[in-house]
Design a binder for this molecule. Structure first.
Ligand SMILES: Nc1ncnc2c1ncn2[C@@H]1O[C@H](COP(=O)(O)OP(=O)(O)OP(=O)(O)O)[C@@H](O)[C@H]1O
Length: 459
């Protein structure tokens, strides 16, 4: 997103205007400054160029600051106005605040204070604009760059919403937090964002699990020459390697508290200090973090900083687990079958039509990673035409064993006969295994020949 950091300084005293302009250029280098000594030209200038902020003198010939404030707030509602006034005009300045001025500054005051007010105002305008654009983009319903999401297969409405939200967030410079259980696609979402912001830029992934403060600093910030001894060479950190691309910090919930403070500084000031350097380096990359933990819970347990949590949660995408995306199962099964067959250089076996509906009841604790593992296992155990469903059956059986141990069986008031229970159990096992006798026998705890005999007798 193009951030508007244009600032217009308006004052009829040319000398004051020059001094103020020089001071702010030094103290707020990210702003681009224009000056205007003639109050009659202010609105024309604002028609021709988009300003994020106007610093407005109150007492000027032709149009007073108060009049201009009203015009500006009415015609350019996205632009903020800071009143710059002489001491004796404080009452007027307060009246201006009530009419929508962002803040006021007394000319005899400390310009450092004015500089930080300007910086804050620019940040507020930037955030308001990006939220507005995010909202517009999200509400448009269509993906503007569907090709960025080619590697994410889904037809679930809840997932399609998340794709659109990610695309909308791509315009914001703020960090994005991706949450969700292990294996549910967080990495793929980070990759999609990278494609959206610039596939030609670097994509740097860092796993923060088990990182100490020292490891975190060394990995991310690097070190200057001689930081740990005379012969120690300089080493660039991963923030540097990420350039103007994307830095993906995986497992953010595992970062120790002291390292969280460093990360907060990096996000807040958009700069960092390599180890051994007292010169800050700018951060140009987008930062994406992810976690499978509940950061609110970690915060309650005193393991995650409150300020960092709220900074990260501003743009958050929570991915639903696979068990909440049953419509995606046939799509993903076919996709992983193709992937596995290609990798194993063999024809793709056919997906049994009733496998996906059966799997819809399985909770997939390892999510897509688990499904992918099962499919790869199944393909490796298949002949060239039929997919071997044993890996799925085994997983479902294991789950059923855990979910309903025999003590938890519930019986109706009128007990069925043993023959009826036998028949019902055999029917259920055959149905759950797509009529695979070997798998069904395993499920029932009898041999395949015993099952075959019972089936032949119609038991
Ligand atoms: N929607 C999807 N379409 C196709 N493949 C997917 C999809 N989601 C995830 N995958 C695949 O599933 C596997 C796990 O996904 P991924 O690594 O993105 O999960 P993760 O949430 O980052 O996992 P972890 O928490 O363990 O880091 C990957 O091989 C990925 O390519």
């Amino acid at each position: 997103m193009k951030l508007v950091r244009n600032l217009l300084l308006v004052d009829d005293e040319a000398q004051w205007l020059r001094t103020l302009s020089m001071t702010l250029t030094r103290l707020v280098p990210e702003a681009s400054l224009d000056t205007c000594v003639d109050s009659r030209q202010v609105l024309n200038r604002m028609e021709l160029k988009e300003y994020a902020l106007v610093l407005l003198d109150l007492t000027m010939p032709f149009h007073s600051g108060e009049q201009l404030l009203e015009e500006i707030r009415g015609r350019f509602p996205n632009c903020r106005v800071i009143i710059v006034t002489g001491v004796n005009e404080v009452e007027t300045a307060v009246r201006c605040m009530k009419r929508g001025a962002y803040d006021y500054f007394i000319k005899t005051g400390n310009v450092e204070d004015l500089a930080s007010t300007v910086r804050r105002a620019l940040e507020v305008v930037g955030l308001e604009r990006s939220y507005q654009q995010i909202k517009e983009s999200f509400l448009s319903r269509e993906l503007a760059q569907p090709e960025a999401f080619n590697h994410i297969l889904t037809c679930e409405p809840a997932m399609l919403d998340r794709l659109r939200y990610l695309e909308a967030l791509a315009i914001s410079p703020e960090p994005i937090l991706i949450t969700g259980e292990s294996g549910c696609g967080k990495d793929l979402f980070a990759q999609a964002l990278h494609r959206l912001i610039g596939p030609e830029t670097p994509f740097v992934r860092v796993n923060l699990a088990g990182q100490s403060l020292e490891g975190f600093e060394a990995t991310l910030f690097g070190q200057v020459r001689g930081a740990f001894g005379e012969d120690e060479p300089a080493r660039a950190g991963l923030v540097h390697s990420a350039g103007d691309g994307l830095l993906y910090l995986d497992e953010i919930g595992d970062l120790p508290l002291e390292a969280q403070a460093k990360l907060l500084d990096l996000l807040h000031y958009r700069q960092y200090y390599p180890i051994g350097s007292d010169r800050p380096f700018p951060v140009r990359c987008r930062v994406v973090t992810s976690t499978q933990h509940d950061l609110l819970e970690l915060k309650k347990a005193g393991r995650f900083r409150n300020d960092l949590l709220y900074r990260l949660r501003a743009h958050r995408i929570n991915l639903p687990p696979l068990r909440e995306r049953p419509l995606d199962l046939p799509l993903l099964l076919n996709h992983f079958i193709e992937q596995a067959s290609e990798q194993m250089q063999r024809p793709a076996p056919l997906l049994p039509p009733d496998l996906a509906p059966r799997l819809a009841g399985y909770p997939f604790p390892g999510n897509l990673q688990e499904l992918k593992g099962m499919v790869f296992d199944a393909v490796s155990r298949s002949d060239d035409t039929h997919l071997n469903i044993a890996p799925f059956v085994e997983a479902m059986q294991e789950h059923l064993g855990e979910a309903c141990p025999s003590q938890q069986l519930r019986f109706p008031e009128q007990l069925p006969s043993l023959a009826e229970v036998n028949r019902a159990l055999i029917e259920e096992a055959m149905s759950r295994t797509a009529n695979n006798q070997t798998a069904a026998a395993k499920m029932l705890g009898i041999s395949q020949s015993a099952l075959s005999r019972r089936l032949a007798k119609g038991e």
